[in-house]
Design a protein around this ligand. Structure first.
Ligand SMILES: [Zn+2]
Ligand SMILES: [Zn+2]
Length: 135
């Protein structure tokens, strides 16, 4: 039992490190140097448990690998269409969305999700000069 919680601490540490919103595979790659015997399945199970307890957030992005976020505060994400990188969007939540009534179309509204999509700086650079720069 003790060994398991130790594993989970390390997994949690790696999810919280940086703001990269890693997939289970990426977390697995990061913890392996510290936990050489761990399996991808164990990493996955721990991530699901941490998410179920609200310690981390699970990002379910359409058509994407599931990713995990060590920052559980409410915030939006932007995803690069070219490489799939996910970044946080700083700034306030859309207040108007939150002012919607609790029921809408007979649905009980529990929250909202918003994902912005774009091209990250790195991909923009490798794609060549930006035409809007006049080059
Ligand atoms: Zn990119
Ligand atoms: Zn995030």
């Amino acid at each position: 039992m003790k060994r398991h919680s130790h594993q989970r601490d390390i997994i949690l540490e790696e999810v919280r490190r940086g703001k990269t919103h890693p997939s289970a595979q990426e977390v697995f790659d990061r913890v392996r140097p510290r936990l050489p015997k761990i399996s991808l399945g164990t990493v996955y199970r721990n991530l699901e448990q941490l998410a179920a307890h609200g310690v981390i957030r699970k990002l379910e992005l359409p058509g994407q690998q599931r990713r995990f976020d060590g920052d559980t505060s409410e915030h939006y994400h932007i995803r690069c269409l070219a490489c799939g990188q996910v970044d946080d969007i700083p700034g306030p939540l859309l207040v108007q969305i939150r002012q919607l009534p609790d029921t809408l179309n007979n649905y009980t509204i529990l929250g909202h999700r918003l994902e912005l999509i774009g091209i990250c700086p790195r991909c923009r650079e490798t794609a060549g000069p930006n035409p809007s720069n006049g080059q």
